[in-house]
Design a protein around this ligand. Structure first.
Ligand SMILES: [Zn+2]
Length: 480
């Protein structure tokens, strides 16, 4: 072996070693999305896109950004540009580039303003509750530390001032603002956890709410009224002044049947607060708030919270998830007026799981998740906003895009049909959802246990349709 060959081998060997030991550069979010999804087969026309909450646009040059925007559009996918930060000039540079390119390409602009929306309760003593000795205090039982509902109004101007330069700039440049959304949840007065107990220790709250000690409903109404005012005065009205047609929505803000069927990560079960028990689940009375905020898009939350699996005794474990999530989905589907689009937050893989899962734990399968998404669409949900922790992006985007894309085959039904079924069977049997358009019905039936071969679907006009058992498909039936 001559020295030249040895030298060449050494070079090759060191290259191989470098390749094996160096960490490969992370794949950009968008490349994962493009890799895992395909361009639409059926055009979406003017239907809303599938929103992906989690992935970011690549901070690339304009040519590359334009390529990505076009590739996403071909798939019916929209991402959010992030608003936030304290240095407007610096923070806005990239979102503005995205918006300019979207305008040039004739694409809608969607923004996530979560980064600007938090900070009403910023620790300013004047925003705290007041105890009997005149001392200010905050409620530490939440992820954030809210103060007194009757002391937050002086913060409105400062909060609006964070949003204004963004709105002004978009308006001045005649950019689009089609969808303004945020995930604003815990930075407000709240009746759950220690919220009520804290207020009972506060002289201001006691003076404002008669019977505060005994009347939870009165406290809930008062708190939600303030929360709605905060969102209406600081978010919705300033946006509508400059962009009257923008769609505006916030996480977990949606019309409903008066109950909330799930618990968020910062909400703790607390003795002494009202809830209706069903098996191990607790459904809380929920105040009307969406309408008072003035939001124009409903954004309900359909997440596989870990606790749901253990709270129902159903032998069919898939139905433990399905049952609860369908209760929440049907509540919104039924109570939202047709003029309000429903852009539903969804998350498939178990949400907030503990380090160790119980022995009998069975996660929601991909097949069940896709069935659930179909039932959402057939119960009046328009599209989805997919949230997930970043490492789950590839597996999360596949099923939700598959259903979104396949459902466009039935675009006429999605655009103009009326949901006619909202039943949620109390035991695992079969679930049926349907959209009616004239004499035609688009139907989905999913079986979870013993069920008859045919389901007799009674229609408003008194006729009956027989719905057979079918797996993983929609049925198109015509009324007699
Ligand atoms: Zn108070």
């Amino acid at each position: 072996m001559n020295h030249l060959l040895i030298a060449t081998l050494l070079v090759c060997l060191s290259t191989t070693i470098r390749a094996a030991t160096a960490t490969p550069p992370p794949v950009p979010d968008v490349e994962i999305v493009l890799r895992e999804t395909q361009p639409l087969t059926f055009p979406r026309g003017s239907r809303l896109p599938l929103y992906l909450w989690t992935p970011n646009f690549p901070t690339a040059d304009d040519a590359e950004l334009e390529r990505v925007l076009k590739a996403l559009e071909a798939r019916g996918i929209a991402l959010f540009a992030r608003w936030g930060g304290n240095d407007f000039a610096k923070a806005s540079a990239f979102p503005l580039r995205v918006a300019r390119l979207q305008k040039k390409l004739g694409l809608e602009t969607s923004v996530d303003a979560t980064g600007l929306a938090h900070g009403f309760y910023n620790g300013t003593p004047a925003t705290g509750h007041v105890d009997k000795d005149g001392k200010r205090f905050f409620d530490k039982s939440f992820f954030w530390s809210p103060g007194c509902p009757f002391a937050v109004q002086p913060r409105y101007d400062a909060m609006r001032a964070r949003l204004e330069p963004w709105l002004e700039k978009y308006q001045d440049e005649q950019l689009r603002l089609d969808f303004w959304a945020a995930d604003w949840e815990f930075d407000g007065p709240n009746e759950w956890n220690s919220g009520w107990a804290s207020a009972r220790q506060c002289v201001t709250c006691r003076a404002q709410i008669p019977n505060l000690d005994t009347d939870f409903a009165a406290f809930q109404t008062a708190v939600r009224k303030v929360r709605a005012e905060m969102q209406r005065e600081v978010f919705v009205k300033p946006i509508q002044r400059r962009f009257p047609n923008a769609r505006i929505g916030n996480y977990a803000m949606n019309p409903h049947d008066g109950r909330r069927y799930w618990w968020d990560f910062f909400e703790k079960r607390t003795d002494g607060l009202p809830a209706k028990a069903e098996h191990g689940a607790l459904y809380r009375p929920w105040a009307r708030e969406f309408e008072d905020c003035g939001y124009t898009v409903a954004m309900p939350v359909i997440y596989t919270w870990f606790n749901l699996h253990g709270e129902y005794p159903f032998a069919n474990h898939q139905y433990r998830w399905f049952y609860n999530l369908l209760l929440e989905a049907s509540s919104t589907g039924r109570h939202t007026t047709p003029a309000v689009p429903r852009v539903t937050f969804v998350h498939w893989t178990t949400t907030n799981p503990p380090k160790e899962l119980p022995k009998d734990f069975e996660a929601l399968t991909e097949t069940s998740y896709e069935e659930l998404l179909w039932h959402l669409l057939l119960r009046g949900h328009d599209t989805f906003a997919m949230w997930c922790p970043a490492p789950e992006l590839a597996q999360e985007v596949r099923p939700v895009h598959r259903v979104y894309a396949a459902a466009l085959e039935y675009k006429e039904f999605l655009d103009h049909g009326q949901p006619v079924l909202f039943d949620v069977p109390k035991q695992p049997g079969f679930v049926v959802s349907a959209l009616q358009l004239g004499k035609k019905l688009l139907i989905r039936r999913t079986d979870f246990g013993p069920a008859p071969a045919f389901f007799e679907l009674k229609l408003a006009n008194g006729t009956t349709l027989r719905v057979p058992k079918v797996d993983g498909k929609c049925l198109l039936l015509t009324t007699p």
